[in-house]
Each structure stands twice: as C-alpha cells, then as structure tokens.
Design a protein around this ligand. Sequence first.
Ligand SMILES: Cc1cc2nc3c(=O)[nH]c(=O)nc-3n(C[C@H](O)[C@H](O)[C@H](O)COP(=O)(O)OP(=O)(O)OC[C@H]3O[C@@H](n4cnc5c(N)ncnc54)[C@H](O)[C@@H]3O)c2cc1C
Length: 258
Amino acid sequence: MNILLVHAHPEPQSLNGSLKDFSVKRLEKAGHVVQVSDLYAMHWKATLDVDDSTDRRADTRFDPSLDSRRAFESGTQSQDIAREQDKLRWADALILQFPLWWFSMPAILKGWVERVYAYGFAYGVGEHSDSHWGDRYGEGTLAGKRAMLIVTAGGWESHYGPRGINGPIDDILFPIQHGILYYPGFDVLPPFVVYRTSRMDEARFSGICDALGQRLDDLWKTTPIPFRPQNAGAYDIPKLTLRPDIAPDRSGFAAHIA
Ligand SMILES: Cc1cc2nc3c(=O)[nH]c(=O)nc-3n(C[C@H](O)[C@H](O)[C@H](O)COP(=O)(O)OP(=O)(O)OC[C@H]3O[C@@H](n4cnc5c(N)ncnc54)[C@H](O)[C@@H]3O)c2cc1C
C-alpha cells in the first residue's frame, strides 16, 4: 500500500521526529511504500494567498475560493500545491503527525490543508440536489482511502478525559477528523495520541513505539470512526441537520457518530 505521512515539527530530533522515523521504518518493513511531506524541512508556504496560482492577474480582486477553483481547473496551481495533491491521489492512506499546539494542529499544517485542499479537489465536488448535497462527509475525491492522526500533547490523558478541563480529546480533534479528513471522503481511524510528553524516558518511548507499531500494522484492519454519511438518509437536506428520529437525545459532535 502507498502511505503519505505529513509531518509538522520544526526539530528532527524531537519526539515527533522520532515517532515519524519509527513510523516510516515500521511501514516500510511491512512492505508499504511511504512518502513523507516534512513540512518544515520543505519550507512549506503556510499562507493561502495570491501567489498560489501562476497566472494571477494583479488588477482583479482575489477570491480565495474562486481563484482556487480556477487554478485547479486550468492547471495553473503553484507546483507545490499540485505535487501534494498528486501525493494524496497516489496514497491509499494518509497520516497527519503533529504536536498539539493550542488545541489544534501547528499553523504550517493548517496551511497545508488550506492550500492543498483546493476548490474542485477537496470541496465543491459533486452535484447539489434535494437528496445529495455535494460529494462530502463520506464521499468525495479521497473516498476509499484511510486516514489517521498521530498527535502528541503536553497535557495528561485525564485532562482530555470526558470531564477533563481541556475537553475530551475526541471533541478537540473533531474539526480535524470530521471536518478535514471525513469531509473529502477519508475513512478516519481512531487517533494515536501520546499524552504528557514531558514525562518521557527510554522505557516509555519504547512502550509508545510498540503501541504505535501495532496501530500501523493494523492500518487496514482497524474499524474507522463511524461518522454518519451526509447523503445516506440520516440528514435532512438542505438543512443538513440530523433527522429528529436519529439519536434524539444527542447533540453536538457526538451526535454525528453512529
Ligand atoms: C505553541 C505551543 C502550544 C501548545 N499547546 C498545547 C495544547 O494546546 N495542549 C497540550 O496538551 N499541549 C500543548 N503544547 C505542548 C505540546 O503539545 C508538546 O510540547 C508536544 O506535543 C511535545 O512534542 P515534541 O515532539 O515537541 O516533544 P519533545 O519536546 O521533542 O520531546 C518530549 C520528550 O520526549 C523525549 N524524547 C524525544 N525523542 C525521544 C526518543 N527518541 N526517545 C526517548 N525520549 C525522547 C524528549 O527528551 C522530551 O523529554 C504546546 C506547545 C507549544 C510549543
């Protein structure tokens, strides 16, 4: 299988750098082909702006969505964006690996998503009708591929528990797992999270690698998070609210998981 690992940490000798190196070795040893987009090493341009297409006219108003669509459709996207889209088309699975920074992904990785997820590629795909609101949330360009997060966090596991001060980790990662990965079609596997990173020694690191190695070995066996598909009948279209008879006692993020 082909695996794209997008890595967002500025220091190769960091914990994230070590986990990335471990993951690549483990996956290659299992016979997979791995490409790494090491965003800091690539000097990835994080901001979405007028320079993202090669034929931008200076005298017209920049529209982030429409200019993205025009560049995608006309083959005038900047090369770095097109290369990452090719990697996504090539990949059977995507791994996003990053430290939790301010309860989300580092800005450089957010910028990878904003720029690579072009209009016509990751959104604005498919027809809109009374029963089908575009190919998204379970359908889309990246349907049939798997995705997983590898995340490290300074906070303790209990801080991210059901009643933890930071909020449950599933809630914190929901915008990434549901909004960024499930939206363009990925089947999203449960995340691999390392907590309390300041308390690391060789023994703990070794145990973490064992657990991570198992998750990587099981990449094609693990059951994805059962997010509800948008166009399969659970949502009223075009309101896009869950039907009243589905999980009537639930609201918020959890309601969108079957
Ligand atoms: C801007 C910013 C925002 C943050 N926001 C949050 C937040 O919202 N929530 C939160 O919980 N945390 C937050 N943190 C903390 C952050 O999540 C952790 O610092 C980060 O996850 C640690 O990952 P790292 O790769 O940088 O680890 P490192 O600091 O590189 O390493 C952590 C420990 O692992 C050890 N280590 C590294 N490699 C190995 C190895 N091969 N073998 C054995 N030991 C090793 C190191 O010696 C060190 O003790 C934030 C930090 C920053 C800088």
